[in-house]
Design a protein. Structure first.
Length: 284
């Protein structure tokens, strides 16, 4: 694995008070017509941390990722990436911020008419890279990272669901983003394939120190990310002793959206030991 270390965005250090978060929402509210989707939601994600976003369908998880990408603007509150408020920025000012983020959309969303190679090369060409030898080197490298180099010339329609997700991840990481946003990356996959995707997410986090927001409906995935770390020797996940709480080896925390609010925010242990009836039902 020779991908260069992902650089944390400027001024992003960790979650400690007073230090800049990689991604931060401050009292964000957003409504579509009369429907209040988010209502006073706040959280911070520090460098190298993972935030797992949970919530029933329609609770605003995808909307929240779109706010972080600057594709939607909040009605109230602030969305900050690397300490910068996105609200006053023009599309051209948003561009370099978006380039630091990789997104794996719900359903994978590859370009059907482009080969695997061209799908992955897309962001490099968009950035204006012209040196084909360099493009090929980078595309091969990330496809190797997700173990899909053999499928370089295939079209998306020829791939399985798990393979498509892998290519989506390769496409998202080709320009070495410091922040990864995953929207339901394992939805619709069998448990074994889902696990291979979790391994990739953990590998990016633990090898490249990528900060991530992971939307998932699968608690098993959330716990895998919270309790395991990537081991290069094992080429897979190994258990960590800590509870994944802040400041530990695997800094993972959870946010549960409910009726537009951040109903729960805390560590794995806090979530699994909660007496709250709604959360207990949600986790069951
Ligand atoms: N562009 C839009 N215009 C109007 N309403 C929207 C728009 N985008 C999202 N919504 C509404 O916002 C709410 C939250 O949608 P969102 O897609 O974030 O849900 P979600 O939590 O991602 O659900 P799922 O788990 O099914 O993916 C839904 O009621 C949805 O209909
Ligand atoms: Mg969604």
């Amino acid at each position: 694995m020779t991908l260069p270390e992902a650089e944390p965005p400027p001024r992003a250090r960790d979650r400690s008070e007073g230090q800049t978060a990689v991604v931060e929402l401050r009292h964000v509210s957003l409504a579509f017509e009369e429907k209040q989707v988010l209502n006073d939601v706040s959280f911070r994600v520090g460098a190298g941390e993972t935030l797992v976003l949970l919530g029933v369908t329609g609770s605003g998880k995808s909307v929240l990722l779109k706010l972080i990408l600057g594709l939607l603007k909040p009605d109230a509150g602030q969305v900050l990436v690397g300490g910068q408020d996105l609200a006053p920025l023009s599309e051209s000012q948003l561009y370099p911020i978006r380039q630091r983020m990789g997104i794996v959309f719900q359903e994978g969303a590859l370009f059907d008419s482009l080969s695997v190679y061209e799908n992955v090369a897309y962001r490099l060409r968009e950035e204006g890279l012209k040196d084909e030898a360099r493009i090929e080197r980078q595309v091969r490298e990330v496809l190797r990272f997700v173990e899909m180099e053999h499928a370089l010339e295939k079209m998306p329609a020829e791939l399985s669901g798990g393979m498509r997700r892998r290519v989506s991840i390769a496409r998202a990481i080709v320009n070495e983003p410091a922040i990864m946003l995953y929207d339901s990356p394992t939805a619709g996959l069998d448990p074994v394939t889902a696990h291979t995707i979790n391994i990739l997410i953990a590998k990016l986090r633990d090898v490249q120190n990528v900060s991530s927001l992971v939307v998932t409906q699968r608690l098993a995935d959330a716990y895998a990310l919270a309790h395991f770390t990537y081991s290069a020797e094992q080429q897979g996940l190994v258990a960590v002793a800590s509870d994944g709480g802040l400041g530990r080896r695997v800094p993972t925390h959870f946010l549960v959206l409910r009726d537009g609010t951040a109903y729960f925010s805390g560590s794995t242990d806090e979530l699994t030991s909660t007496p709250d009836p709604y959360l207990r039902k949600f986790l069951a």
